[in-house]
Ligand binder design. Structure first.
Ligand SMILES: Cc1ncc(COP(=O)(O)O)c(C=O)c1O
Length: 389
């Protein structure tokens, strides 16, 4: 029997807007830009903002949504709204983007890292509970890669200990938990519409969703200099300008209108990859690849003990020999040099420490073809065989 013909070489980059950014989005932005050319043109007021906010709240299942210019600023506003005092602690996962922890540090809290669940890689409510003290003010779980956290578990912690749960939902627009949107979970959720997320508002954007209308009002004020609009303009708190622009809000509407289709396409690619990697013992496949997963990232873990090589060596081979580019979500937050001078607690986080050395995000996007998925899986299997030789 002839050996199977290897697939023709392809180049697979990481980060593709294909299937996310389309002509209707360009038209939505262009309409706003062209309208501003008229003699009475202006980038204010923003009816698009109100429309985007109510569409987002509806889609994500929250009573209110406030759009801002990034998830980083959304988290910042939530930390501000908590009115943190010196000595207050905020519990976060270490396996996340730097700003999940940075938002708490920047507003004066001491960050306490709790471990992630070994199966889901989301923050573990049990690990959090072990670290709750009288100083704990809030917890920021991350819906990692688009998989919903154990929201019921965090609800229990909130009731039992009176801590506020603010979700980092940067990866999770469109994620479902027990069939429902995640936007009303906890006290608030912070979304990202930055360029490589499941939807984007011209490259940047974010939102806070909540069922707490008092918090929504506070965040709405803080994002716009503390203004309260009415017969007479008032400034009731010291705020900032964290607003999203008019063209971004217009694009948010077209992006949101197709998010379910985009996620369904992502899921198809994820499911295909999942099947192709089944039985490859050196690769730990992600959990929860099924309807409800937001499918932002397909984060596999390399079993580096079995492979007898580091992640860096594995990825270098994948890139050099097969032109497949992967990404790293994430190094443990406290390993960034900015944390060298920060007082934090990262005790009892073995799963995070190990996962941070093993995680590999595969280049799967709505525009990735079935052939691309087959090629990436083939490249991974060949690289596994090559490094074990
Ligand atoms: C988990 C997580 N939180 C927050 C952010 C920050 O999002 P933004 O760039 O919109 O500020 C990111 C960005 O990648 C992220 O991955």
């Amino acid at each position: 029997m002839k050996p199977p013909v290897p697939p023709a070489k392809r180049s697979i980059p990481f980060l593709a807007l294909g299937g996310v950014w389309e002509n209707d989005d360009v038209e939505a932005a262009e309409n706003v830009l062209r309208a501003a050319l008229r003699p009475d043109g202006n980038f204010f007021p923003l009816p698009e903002e109100a429309a985007f906010q109510s569409a987002l709240a509806k889609h994500e299942g929250s009573a209110a949504a406030v759009v801002v210019n990034s998830c980083g600023t959304a988290l910042d506003l939530c930390m501000l709204a908590l009115d943190l005092k010196p000595g207050d602690e905020v519990i976060v996962p270490g396996l996340t983007f730097v700003c999940t922890a940075g938002a708490a540090v920047a507003r004066g809290a001491r960050v306490v890292f709790a471990d992630v669940d070994p199966v889901t890689l989301c923050l573990s409510p049990a690990a959090v509970e072990a670290k709750i003290t009288a100083r704990t003010k809030a917890v920021i779980p991350v819906h990692f890669a688009g998989l919903a956290c154990d929201i019921a578990g965090f609800d229990t912690l909130a009731q039992r200990h009176g801590v506020k749960i603010i979700y980092d939902a940067a990866h999770a627009v469109g994620t479902r938990y027990r069939g429902q949107g995640i936007g009303g979970a906890g006290l608030a959720s912070c979304y990202s519409f930055q360029s490589n997320k499941n939807m984007t508002c011209l490259g940047e954007g974010g939102a806070v969703t909540t069922n707490d209308l008092v918090l929504a009002e506070k965040v709405r004020g803080l994002k716009t200099f503390g203004y309260v609009y009415g017969a007479q303009l008032r400034v009731t708190q010291i705020g900032f300008n964290y607003r999203m622009t008019k063209p971004q809000c217009a694009v948010g509407l077209t992006q949101l209108a197709k998010i379910d289709r985009v996620i369904a396409q992502r899921l198809e690619r994820f499911v295909q990859m999942h099947a192709l990697l089944e039985g490859v013992e050196e690769i730990i496949r992600p959990a929860g690849i099924e309807a409800g997963h937001g499918c932002h990232l397909y984060v596999a873990r390399l079993d580096t003990d079995r492979l007898k090589c580091t992640r860096g060596e594995f990825l270098a081979q994948l890139k050099e020999r097969w032109s497949v580019a992967c990404a790293h979500h994430y190094p443990a937050v406290w390993t960034w040099e900015a944390f060298a001078g920060v007082d934090y607690d990262n005790r009892d986080t073995p799963v995070t420490q190990r996962a941070a050395q093993q995680v590999v995000s595969l280049p799967l996007f709505p525009s990735t073809t079935a052939e691309d998925v087959g090629y990436i899986a083939h490249a991974i299997k060949e690289t596994v065989a090559a490094v074990k030789k």
